[in-house]
Design a protein around this ligand. Sequence first.
Ligand code: 13P
Length: 252
Amino acid sequence: MTRKKVIYGNWKMNQNLAEVRTFFNELSSFKPDWKCVAGIAPQFIHIPEVLSLAGSLNVKVGAQNASHKNNGAFTGDISPLSLTDMGVHFTLIGHSERRSIFKEDDELLNEKTKLALTHGLEVVFCIGETLEQRKSGNTFKVIETQLANGLKDLEKSSLKKIILAYEPVWAIGTGVTATPKQAGEVHTFIRNYLKEKTNFDSEETVILYGGSVKPDNVFELLSHEDIDGALVGGASLKARDFADLCNEASKF
Ligand code: 13P
């Protein structure tokens, strides 16, 4: 089955306002006409600006996180309701930096995921093992636990709106990319897990790979039948690279 390839950029805590504007100016000068689905998740504060710049380019806008609550005394948090209110299309949940630096655990991530989906946000649920876990042969066990806990009690109708992102921690920002075989076997495992454990027809589920994806390695990765796209950090910050990633993804 052919799923449309997806390129989502995660800008993390990068780009100032001038750089945001330059990025979209440059991107529009390339007259993008991609067949893939493209999206950018900027810092929260730049979301309104990015929404106004990205719309005409057919680039979806995402958040990098969303609260587990709708509103109330949660200083510093951003409600998923405010995100949909603004016109945000998707949110990342459970990025490894949220898990390790901000200590977000499976239970919290499960709450966040359920709430965001309730409000119609597309959730890009991120999972991945550390180098230590891979070396000790625990990759699939870690992935299975993250899936079981993170997607706990999700309705089938919600699973339909979820994108999974496999981002091995050892490949994030390191310049070391998983080989298509390494990434592909985990993607296949994820698809089969969904099929078997949730009884959900996961053939339609989009599963992204993230971790040192660049214009020159993205085609090979996306050539694997279970790798439906990429979640890109560093290489999504420059308009030329982002456009090249989308051009490659449009070849499928
Ligand atoms: P890099 O592409 O910079 O390795 O980052 C990957 C990532 O964390 C995307 O969410």
